[in-house]
Design a protein around this ligand. Structure first.
Ligand code: PEP
Ligand code: MG
Length: 883
């Protein structure tokens, strides 16, 4: 096997297709060299060597010696310099370069090849003693740190002492003689700490550095980075050995980093920074303030120091040509490192540049319009999850922030407002015109009005699918959940965290995209939906097969959903309609009634209200399918708590308060999530579902009569486990439909179907499909019941599970494709066998998650349904899945 690949000086043993073998940096250096760009000559030791290095107990095969010698000979031939020869010494850099970029995770050694003799040669050739001795001391310091793993504090201390002795404050004040004296001191430190003198043999230096770079692949920080970024350990890193070029050889030398387009806004303008008379690390390290690349950028910033365009017009002209060439060649925005050595331009790196969501969108659309990429490629280029950043107000990145705690980024967007600790106060203060942030230990359905009135929601408990998270995403409210460090004292109306105290009325800011909680107001910027966003969405819609619907139950949600391009409602959770202040008393009366007769009295009051809800929704969703789910949650969620609530209900129902309280106690359940909920309510109290069905059909008939466009109701029964349950419920629905149609003299097409959210339902899908006309996978509950993990309490341990790799991602956020996914596949297959063409959708939170959407595409579902603000994400993800 060949392990060494050369580049530069008209030679390229590899190219950009060799990323796996040569790492990103090595492959792109070879590619740049092959298209004739000025790349300092060098060679790459492949990632295969890294693997072998570890297989063979961290040692190198004998054959590698000859290959590396060849590589060095190549560099010598191109540069005319000689490695280890004082007359005109070759210096090299030794850098890592993996398949995926791992910024700062692995080791680098610069100026390698310097020793007591070659330093003199470098001084003579450069005509600059100070430069030579400074380079040597930098090398000793870096090598001792990276390769010899000595304590770098000792070197920094020695430098500080040297400066103090001379009364200097800056490194730049040190003279050649000062650096030379420091080199002596540095070498003494090496001998003290290492027990041996600093290696003078340049080949020994080289092998030490190569070993250190391979060794850094298994460093703790590299391992952590790989785990966080899903990079497999067996990829290994390559090592790049390359002739040094110097940006610090006086005022005709410089070094810089650049992007071919603005990585933050996406504008088509070169963007970057450079420093005259500096080494690469100086630009990044922020010791000196870098200068602008272009005159336009300098003028826009009102900065004084000349731009590169002005200070070095000729080299800048060459650089601009290189930018254009690289962008056309790679067909993407490039992130570039370059050095100018005494007026000569050298390219040190190019790669596809990281960018903000906004820039990604603009660059993709622009490049397609420029003809550089196709519309499909543009669609594939934008990360759907990143769109989240664009659809909500975001914190002004330039505004200062005082972060006091961090929780889960449960619902994106940012908001500032006064802290309030209960939903009634939230509503009240909002009515008075205050922006409020609702702070709760956790939220329950009773907080809906407070959440609605609030600009943002902050909870101390609960995961990514906790009530607060799900409802906030649905409403498009920013939410930070599960901030374990918050000590909330709702009675005293304050919370404490990290020694700070926030009282009701104090202004706080939350960032639901990062999970940060801040004290005070932080300025935000509004999203922009027109323009590039609309164009890219249009292209996405052309290629996607999956339909995208929304989970929506209020007219506002439905309108938002349509604005974002929803093609119907995939889940209308009717229970949310029951919490309305005007109806909650009737709802409670229904629940607490002793018998069917009592329930029917209360249901009579609810019927017109519920019908009104559906009329509004059908009107907004004219001509589109609307899936309405019959009542699902355990009844106790609606129970009164406060004394005056009990007396209100008692009065409405004409019964005693004590009797009501007894009845409420009877409704207590030990495990309500697995209790009297879902279709079990409909089985025990069919009159509830009957009322809901009547409201649906009466509303459908009314809208059809008024507008001519008949809605398409899809009536959905929750938490079904057996065919018989669905059969019973379908009878109730069908007979109600029949009755309404007879009364009104008009028929409407409708479907009756079921959610699949229990493992038994998935297994028996073949039988259930004999009754069900559609399935909608309720993957929130299906995940909860398949994994046996409570969706409301999982936050406490799931992060540990993800850290330990038990689940790759939070299974309530991204579908557990292997487990829950298998149940979905099986149910889809069995359902289709019974009823070919049965309509299949997904309405759990996963319907808005790109990875889960890809799974839905593979499984051939008909649609995904996501909360309104995630509809665009789902449209884009569905398009990418179809490509
Ligand atoms: C589900 O369980 O996936 C679902 C959509 O229903 P809910 O979240 O209302 O339980
Ligand atoms: Mg459910």
């Amino acid at each position: 096997t060949q392990y060494v690949y050369r580049f530069g000086g008209g030679v390229s043993d590899g190219g950009k297709g060799d990323r796996n073998l040569l790492g990103g940096k090595g492959a792109n250096l070879a590619e740049m060299a092959s298209i004739g760009l000025p790349v300092p000559p060098g060679f790459t030791i492949s990632t295969e060597m890294c693997t072998r290095y570890y297989e063979e107990g961290q040692s190198f095969p004998e054959s590698l010696r000859a290959e590396v010698a060849n590589g060095i000979a190549h560099i010598e031939a191109v540069t005319g310099k000689k490695f280890g020869v004082a007359a005109d010494p070759l210096l090299v850099s030794v850098r890592s370069g993996a398949r995926a970029s791992m910024p700062g995770m692995m080791d680098t050694v610069l100026n390698l090849g310097l020793n007591d003799e070659t330093v003199a040669g470098l001084a003579a050739i450069s005509g600059d003693d100070r430069f030579a001795w400074d380079s040597y001391r930098r090398f000793i310091q870096m090598y001792s740190d990276v390769v010899l793993e000595l304590d770098h504090g000792a070197f920094e201390e020695a430098l500080e002492i040297a400066k103090e002795d001379k009364g200097y404050s800056l490194d730049t004040e040190l003279s050649a003689a000062d650096w030379q004296a420091l080199v002596k001191r540095y070498k003494a430190i090496v001998e003290e700490q290492w027990g041996k003198p600093f290696p003078q043999d340049v080949h020994e230096q080289l092998w030490g550095a190569v070993g250190a770079v391979f060794g850094s692949w298994q460093s703790e920080r590299a391992k952590v980075y790989r785990r966080l970024n899903d990079i497999p350990a067996d990829w290994g890193t390559a090592v790049n050995v390359q002739a040094m070029v110097f940006g610090n050889m006086g005022d005709t030398s410089a070094t810089g980093v650049a992007f071919t387009r603005d990585p933050s806004k996406g504008d088509r303008a070169y963007y970057g920074e450079f420093l005259i008379n500096a080494q690469g690390e100086d630009v990044v390290a922020g010791i000196r303030t870098p200068q602008y690349l272009t005159r336009a950028a300098r003028e826009a910033a009102g900065a004084k120091p000349l731009s590169m365009e002005e200070a070095m017009p000729e080299v800048y002209g060459q650089l601009a040509k290189v930018f254009d060439l690289l962008e056309t060649h790679y067909r993407d925005m490039q992130d570039i490192e370059f050095t100018v050595e005494r007026g000569h331009l050298w390219m040190l790196q190019t790669r596809n540049g990281k960018r903000t969501a906004k820039a990604a969108l603009k660059i993709a659309v622009d490049m397609a319009n420029e003809g550089l990429i196709s519309e499909e490629e543009a669609v594939a280029r934008v990360d759907p999850a990143a769109l989240d950043q664009l659809l909500h107000p975001t914190l002004d990145p330039n505004a200062p922030r005082d972060v006091i705690a961090k929780g889960l980024p449960a619902s994106p967007g940012a908001a500032s407002g006064i802290a309030v600790f209960d939903s009634d106060t939230a509503e009240h203060r909002a009515e008075l015109g205050d922006a409020v942030i609702l702070v709760r230990v956790e939220t329950s359905p009773e907080d809906i009005h407070g959440m609605h009135a609030a600009k943002g929601i902050l909870t101390a408990r609960g995961g990514m699918t906790s009530h607060a998270a799900v409802v906030a995403r649905g409403m498009g409210r920013p939410c930070v959940s599960g901030v374990g460090s918050l000590a909330i004292d709702a009675k005293a109306r304050l919370f404490r965290v990290g020694g700070r105290e926030v009282k009701e009325g104090d202004v706080i800011t939350i960032d639901g995209s990062t999970g940060e909680v801040m004290v005070g107001k932080v300025a935000t910027v509004e999203p922009e939906l027109a323009g590039d966003f609309g164009v890219l969405m249009g292209w996405a819609d052309k290629v996607r097969r999956l339909k995208v619907r929304a989970n929506a139950e209020t007219p506002l949600d439905c309108k938002t959903a349509r604005t974002f391009g929803a093609e119907g409602v995939g889940l209308c959770r009717t229970e949310h309609m029951f919490f309305d202040a005007a109806r909650i008393t009737a709802v409670r009366q229904m629940i607490l009634a002793e018998d069917e007769k009592g329930r029917r009295v209360a249901l009579e009051k609810l019927l017109p209200e519920q019908r009104g809800d559906f009329v509004q929704i059908f009107e907004i969703m004219a001509g589109l399918p609307v899936t309405i789910r019959l009542l699902d949650p355990p009844l106790h969620e609606f129970l009164p708590h406060a004394e005056e609530e009990f007396s209100e209900v008692a009065e409405a129902a004409g019964v005693g308060v004590e009797a009501l309280k007894r009845r409420a106690a009877e409704l207590h359940e030990f495990n309500p999530m697995l209790g009297h909920r879902g279709c079990r309510l409909g089985v025990t109290y069919p009159e509830i579902y009957e009322m809901q069905a009547r409201a649906i059909f009466e509303a459908a008939v009314a809208v059809a009569e008024k507008s001519g466009a008949a809605p398409i109701p899809e009536v959905m029964v929750p938490l079904v486990a057996t065919k018989r349950e669905l059969e019973l419920m379908k009878d109730v629905i069908d007979s109600t439909a029949k009755a309404v149609f007879a009364e009104k003299g008009r028929t409407i097409d409708y479907l009756v179907g079921t959610m699949i959210e229990l493992p038994r339902a998935a297994l028996k899908a073949g039988e259930i499909a004999e009754v069900a006309e559609f399935f909608s996978f309720g993957t929130n509950d299906l995940t909860q019941t398949t994994l046996g993990v409570s969706r409301d309490d999982a936050g406490r341990f799931l992060t540990t599970y993800v850290d330990k790799g038990i689940y790759a991602r939070d299974p309530f956020v991204s579908l557990d494709v292997e487990g829950v996914g298998e149940l979905i596949e099986l149910a889809a297959e069995r359902g289709r066998k019974t009823r070919p063409g049965i309509k299949l959708g997904i309405c759990g939170e996963h319907g808005g998650d790109p990875a889960s959407i890809a799974f839905c595409e593979e499984t051939g579902l008909d649609y995904v349904s996501a909360s309104p603000y995630r509809v665009p994400i789902a449209r884009l993800a569905a398009a990418q899945a179809a490509l």
